[in-house]
Write a protein of this length. Structure first.
Length: 141
């Protein structure tokens, strides 16, 4: 019973994360429909056991590797969006920035122009707002 509850909860969390990450449109509708069917099957799975059936969909949708892969992908997308916002903010503050990237928790700002301590301090301050617990490296190109 405890495993069943965890399965349903895991699938529900996955469904909510899909709903948050996916943009508006046709794809979102299809994914919501599929996730609804998966949640329905997960909820009624114990009934198949009582009726003598051997249908187990929970293992294929709730494996730790699959969940971790999905969470990593969602985190990478979120970090990329934050990096884009940081780049926009840096540009709005007069700093010529090619891009801002995040890799293994480390933020790299690729800036154009002549390096100066003042500009590097401004970059660190502005990027630090978006990535407060990450080291920020400035690469001048």
């Amino acid at each position: 019973m405890g495993q069943w509850v965890l399965t349903v909860a895991g699938i529900a969390v996955l469904s909510v994360l899909c709903d948050i990450v996916l943009p508006q449109g046709q794809t979102r509708k299809y994914v919501k429909t599929v996730m609804g069917v998966v949640i329905t099957f997960a909820i009624v799975q114990p009934l198949f056991g009582f009726l003598g059936g051997d249908i187990t969909i929970s293992d294929s949708f709730t494996t730790p590797a699959l969940q971790q892969q999905y969470l990593d992908n969602a985190e990478n997308r979120a970090q990329a969006e934050i990096a884009d916002k940081a780049a926009l903010s840096l540009r709005a503050n007069g700093i010529c920035v090619r891009d801002v990237t995040v890799s293994d928790g480390e933020v790299t700002v690729r800036a154009e122009g002549v390096p100066s301590a003042e500009t590097e301090a401004r970059i660190a301050a502005i990027a630090g707002v978006f990535f407060p617990n990450s080291p920020i490296n400035t690469v001048w190109v």
